[in-house]
Design a protein around this ligand. Structure first.
Ligand code: NAP
Length: 285
């Protein structure tokens, strides 16, 4: 039987701590941190994520502005909004909710965000900082995964970590963070052969595939720590489910996260942390 690591509870306690700090900072510096979110269109997933972010801002005491635009808006207009927020000294963090409508170049919009307001950590400069071990903003999901491991005081150093997925937003950065903590890291992807042979050697297994219940019991080492990043819709039940077959894997793991209530809440929590980090940098400049 594994211990279930509740990202929800961890995020809750971290948000309480952050709220205390933000209260002190607001009194000391005369204004609260400010996060601006741009939401284009009405994709239900995006609307729900943005709501979650607004709720977290309220809990922590961060000022939140959500700019909602219809999906008929042009790329140029979105770039103008980003530029205005870049120039607004009262805004510390800018987040463009992805995915953007197909007629826009997401990369162009993301790269237009000032690097010191890039709370998602997607700007080339912040990505480069991660790979070159320089100070910068680390993207929220990978950062949250490391905080989850730290919450159980898991000794990452020297452990064998296997990450399934090599996306720029999860697989690659979490692999780098694990490597920086001296794990021996293997990255699996859609062309990996004999994947179960590799994953079943993992002390830490991170699943970021985007396929419901992809990780089955035969793919997991006895006693492994299993982090499920996936957010998938189960087409039979219409409920959310992860990339890990929880019922099968849980008895073999030592620690495991659940979906929902695992990595997702920690991603939002790290967005709050990044906003505060940007704010402190701006306030001290
Ligand atoms: P993505 O960009 O689609 O990447 C998926 C990765 O999985 C790719 O690297 C792909 O390999 C690999 N893959 C696909 N099929 C595979 C297979 N059969 N065997 C091994 N690897 C395979 O997805 P993502 O953005 O990284 O997101 C992954 C999941 O995490 C999604 O469910 C997403 O919704 C979720 N997510 C959750 C949060 C959160 O806060 N909880 C945040 C971000 C993402 P190739 O590179 O070879 O195509």
């Amino acid at each position: 039987m594994a211990t279930i690591i509740s990202g929800k509870e961890l995020a809750k306690s971290k948000k309480v701590q952050m709220a205390e700090e933000v209260k002190k900072y607001t009194a000391k510096y005369g204004r609260a941190p400010h996060l601006a979110v741009i939401l284009v269109g009405e994709d239900p997933g995006s609307v729900s994520y943005v709501k979650g972010k607004e709720k977290a801002c309220i809990e922590v005491g961060i000022t939140n502005t959500t700019i909602r635009k219809p999906d008929t808006i042009s790329e140029e207009e979105v770039l103008e909004i980003v530029e205005a927020l870049n120039n607004d000294e009262g805004v510390d963090g800018i987040l463009v909710q992805l995915p953007l409508p197909k007629h826009m170049r997401s990369e162009k919009v993301i790269q237009a965000i000032r690097k010191d307001k890039d709370v998602d950590g997607f700007h080339f400069s912040n990505v480069a900082s991660l790979y070159l071990k320089q100070p910068g903003i680390v993207s929220c999901t990978p950062k949250g995964i490391i905080e989850i491991l730290d919450s159980i005081s898991y000794p990452i150093e020297g452990k064998r970590a296997v990450v399934i997925g090599r996306s720029n937003i999860v697989g690659m950065p979490v692999s780098k963070l694990l490597l920086d903590r001296n794990a021996t890291v293997t990255i699996c992807h859609s062309r990996t052969q004999n994947i179960a042979e590799i994953t079943s050697q993992a002390d830490i297994l991170v699943a970021a595939v985007g396929k419901p219940r992809f990780v089955t019991a035969d793919m997991v080492k006895e006693g492994a720590v299993v982090i499920d990043v996936g957010v998938n819709r189960d087409l039979t039940t219409n409920k959310l489910c992860g990339d890990v077959h929880f019922a099968e894997v849980e008895p073999k793991a030592s620690y495991i996260t659940k979906v929902p209530g695992g990595v997702g809440p920690m991603t939002i929590c790290c967005l709050m942390e990044n906003t505060i980090e940007c704010y402190l940098k701006h306030i001290k400049e």
